[in-house]
Design a binder for this molecule. Structure first.
Ligand code: PEP
Length: 245
């Protein structure tokens, strides 16, 4: 049985003043039946972690470089994220794959770096709309899972987030049957490589999760939580999702 996780991705949003949203989550986080994580921009990791330390809230990064240090202007290493107070890092988000040309091979190297730094790696996979229309969703997702997750990663070091690219930030979601089909497929793909240990890897759904649709999505087979973008920016919205899990 995998642990439950409600994870928020602030993307390139958030100033110091927005940390009041973290304070506003305190009661809901304390009462939560799941782990709760927020991944702000790198500039806010340390101050958010300072506030999160007063409650049971985890803080994470949104990407990391595969190298530990060196001549990589503008990049951030996994050890730097950990040093700032992060416990998790999102890797292979479709916006990183599209905007920065990150391949599954690149993501696997980042995952290794993250694990070496003591972080939990949240590995994102998902098909484009064209791939879904072409009927290759399961093949695409299975290939990303196989290519992005190093075989040596232990279940407690990994979370997989299924995020259909066409559902991110669009207000559109797959049907519950489509979510179940992909999550069941990811679970069985992980099981072919890891046997029963695969059951301990949390599988998150991401893509236009809101307080109004969270409960029905969380009731779907093999959905252990959510990776939430827009609805994680405001405590009022994210609270409704946490409470549904
Ligand atoms: C995301 O960016 O990971 C995401 C799921 O965004 P949204 O919830 O806004 O669709």
């Amino acid at each position: 049985m995998a642990r439950k996780l409600a994870a928020g991705n602030w993307k390139m949003n958030g100033m110091t003043a927005d940390l009041v949203e973290v304070d506003a989550l305190a009661e809901v986080v304390e009462a939560a039946q799941c782990e709760v994580l927020l991944c702000p921009p790198a500039t806010l990791i340390a101050p958010m972690a300072a506030r999160a330390g007063l409650m049971s809230l985890y803080v994470g990064g949104q990407t990391c470089h595969s190298a530990g240090s060196g001549a990589h202007t503008g990049d951030i290493s996994a050890a730097m994220l950990a040093d700032a107070g992060a416990t998790h890092v999102i890797l292979g988000h479709s916006e990183r794959r599209a905007d920065h040309g990150e391949s599954s091979t690149d993501v696997a190297l980042q995952v290794t770096a993250a694990i070496d730094a003591g972080l939990v790696a949240i590995v994102c996979v998902g098909e484009t709309e064209a791939e879904r229309d072409a009927g290759v969703t399961l093949q695409v997702v299975a290939s990303q899972v196989a290519g992005s997750i190093p075989s040596g990663a232990a279940p407690e070091q990994i979370v997989v987030a299924y995020e259909p690219v066409w559902a991110i930030g669009t207000g559109r979601t797959p049907t519950l049957e489509q979510i179940a089909e992909v999550h069941d497929h990811i679970r069985s793909e992980l099981a072919t490589r890891r046997g029963g240990a695969a059951d301990a890897i949390p599988l998150l759904y991401g893509g236009s999760v809101k307080p109004g649709n969270a409960a029905e999505i969380f009731a779907v087979s093999n959905v252990d939580g959510a990776l939430v973008g827009g609805a994680s920016l405001k405590a009022a919205d994210f609270s409704g999702i946490i409470e549904a899990l």
